[in-house]
Each structure stands twice: as C-alpha cells, then as structure tokens.
Ligand binder design. Sequence first.
Ligand SMILES: [Zn+2]
Length: 156
Amino acid sequence: MPILEKISQSSQARHWTDSIPLEFHYTAGVAGEEFRRELKKTGMFLASECSKCKNSYIPARMFCPSCFIEMKETRTLEGPGYVYSYTTVNRNRTGEPNGPVTIAMIRFEGAKGGIVHKLEVSEPGSVTFGMKVVPILKEAAERTGALTDILAFRPA
Ligand SMILES: [Zn+2]
C-alpha cells in the first residue's frame, strides 16, 4: 500500500505499535543432528573423520574444512578431554555480580575443534592448561540432544 499522506509538520507524524507473528526453527544440520542424537542416546561425543586427510573433527560436521570433501565416517571419542583455554567470570550477562563461573574450551586428543562449556572446579585458580576433564551429563532419560545435556565438565 503506497503512502499517500505527506506531512509537513513532525507533530503530524503518527505511529502504531504492532507485531508480526514470525517463528524461526533452526536445525543443527545433518552432522550436528547426528552429534546431538549420539549425545542423547549414549552420552558420548561424535566426531567426523575425513577419509582423505584422516583428521577428526568435533562436533561432527559434514565437510572437511581442509579437503572440502564430504566426511561419511564418524566415531565416538574415548578418553577425557583437556582444557585448551579458559576464563573465569564474576558477572552474568546483565552485569550483575554472579559466580565465579569458569568457562573452558575443551579439546580432545586426536580431534580438531572442541566444546566450549562450563568447568566445575572448587577453586578457579586450580585450573591449568592441559588439565584432563570429563563431562557431567544429565541422566539419560532427561537428555534432549542439546549441549545443555552436558551440565559441566569436571577434572578427571
Ligand atoms: Zn580432509
């Protein structure tokens, strides 16, 4: 509908408050959905393996970023992860005092990529780079196939 009114005074301007009913659905993608299903079902992390360069990637992904070919092989990761990087925060997203909460980038031997998640430690100062960690998972019946199925990681 074209705007036919022309205003010459800013005081003539009017506005309406309304909303447009839109809904969004996102998926984790083919490999991401497989990763989530594995996490829900077995509580294990699924990695993709490239048949050409033999690299593994976590979380599972569809294409090798080095070879640009589809990765059809997957495997679950055995053994603990390790702290690659971490930070401790004392405020929540709105700036209110909260915590301390330690967030870490967890990587796994023999796999590229990793998982960023909470790290449950008694003292933030006790975290070290390379520290072995294992996930604390929700009970199998409560898992939904989301990263929040992992409550946190803790020292192994
Ligand atoms: Zn590759």
